[in-house]
Write a protein that binds this ligand. Structure first.
Ligand code: ADP
Length: 239
């Protein structure tokens, strides 16, 4: 198959996946709206519950569209991004401030383990924040209460290695290479229930590529997952 043909197939598959993903919440919204219009609006036992379902599904559509826009924006500007020095500790702090209350309310311990020296990487600060947010969001989402999530970073040669580790449900071996694909989810129903779109890790991978870095996962089912990102370190002389 020619490269062009392969890309065309990928595009078609993507459009079909997007349509399907958008259709599911929309169908639910329509069904509940019709039920309400058909009389359930006067049923005090259910009317509020139905409106809450509509609200949930509208929120899901909203998230999905934001993630799709985010992917499209990275792709459109992939070669044109101006990478700037970003101090890792600052971005981690912003991310942790946002997720600490989420972790606490779920009973998951969130640990930050910074290195002794300040590290600066070539990245885009919003982009790096999106990467960390998505990894932390997943780590907390897929870790049951009582577990823990750690975020740490250190330098290794010319690269800065960032790790997000959790003691959660883990990812089966056969699926580990696929989790960065758009819309791939180990357990669709569970991801949806937790508010996932299936796009978080695809966005992570795109950003890391823009930064000239790599991302990989190591995981054991039932024991936890470790996501490792390697980014170019800004050398002390050019910082
Ligand atoms: P989602 O919105 O479904 O979380 P992602 O692209 O962020 O989508 O992740 C894809 C899938 O990878 C998830 O549905 C889940 O099955 C799996 N996954 C991602 N992160 C973790 C993690 N920390 N622990 C266990 N499974 C994970």
């Amino acid at each position: 198959m020619t490269e062009l043909r392969r890309l065309e197939n990928l595009r078609r598959e993507f459009v079909s996946n997007v349509s399907h993903e958008l259709k599911t919440p929309l169908t639910t919204i329509q069904a509940y709206t019709e039920t309400l219009l058909d009389g359930a609006i006067n049923d005090p036992e259910n009317n509020r519950k139905f409106l809450e379902r509509i609200d949930e599904q509208a929120e899901r559509l909203h998230k999905l569209i934001l993630d799709l826009l985010s992917l499209a924006r990275i792709e459109a500007a992939e070669d044109a991004y101006e990478l700037l020095p970003v101090p890792v500790a600052n971005t981690v702090q912003v991310c942790v401030d946002e997720y600490l209350p989420v972790a606490e309310s779920k009973g998951v311990e969130l640990q930050v383990q910074p290195p002794s020296e300040a590290l600066v990487v070539w990245a885009d600060d919003e982009g790096l924040l999106t990467v960390l947010n998505n990894l932390l969001d997943n780590a907390i989402k897929y870790t049951p209460s009582g577990g823990s999530v750690s975020i740490r970073w250190h330098v290794e040669g010319r690269r800065t290695v960032l790790e997000v580790e959790d003691t959660g449900i883990g990812i089966p071996k056969q699926h580990q290479s696929r989790v960065f694909e758009r819309f791939f989810r180990v357990d669709k129903a569970r991801s949806r229930e937790l508010g996932g779109t299936g796009l978080g890790l695809a966005i992570v991978k795109h950003w890391v590529q823009v930064f000239g870095g790599t991302v990989e996962v190591a995981s054991e089912l039932g024991r936890g997952s470790l996501f490792t990102i390697r980014l170019p370190t800004v050398s002390k002389s050019s910082a």
